[in-house]
Design a protein around this ligand. Structure first.
Ligand code: FES
Length: 145
């Protein structure tokens, strides 16, 4: 294999997450109870990602990622990286979930081929969008309750 060929190689972890995607939304979105959605497109390739977020509240009032599901028209790298991200984000507070970077996901997976790094941004951006939408939709509600 030449050096160009190695640039296309996927780690075992990437293959596992692509072939067995975690938290992928199977079927209709009405089957999953969620509080907010984030939808983003990848400007590099035009692929799309939709992230469904269910928020929980701990006894101390802190909100966290109770559950999430996602769907995409993205490639194998987008599927693997969003699968990994979904595992990394689950049970984290919303603030901590926002701190997960695309680079963190890339490292968790044992690195995507360099030219596929832009694919790992898709799930990451969709989660950020879902959290932002959740916060905008619930702004001021705690004062009303
Ligand atoms: S090529 Fe579009 S997300 Fe990977």
């Amino acid at each position: 294999m030449n050096s160009e060929g190695r640039d296309w190689a996927y780690s075992e972890k990437v293959k596992d997450h692509f072939l067995n995607p975690r938290n992928y939304l199977m079927g209709d979105e009405s089957l999953f109870e969620y509080d907010a959605v984030g939808i983003v497109g990848n400007p590099v390739c035009g692929d799309q990602m939709k992230m469904y977020l269910k928020v929980g509240r701990r006894e101390n009032g802190v909100e966290y990622v109770q559950n999430l599901r996602w769907k995409t028209y993205g490639c194998a790298s987008a599927i693997a990286s969003t699968s990994a991200l979904s595992e990394m984000a689950k049970d984290k507070t919303l603030d901590d979930a926002l701190k997960i970077t695309a680079k963190d996901v890339d490292e968790y997976l044992g690195n995507l081929p360099k030219h596929k790094f832009h694919c790992s941004v898709l799930g990451h951006d969709a989660l950020r969008e879902a959290i932002s939408n959740y916060r905008n939709e619930t702004k001021g509600q705690s004062e009303v309750e």
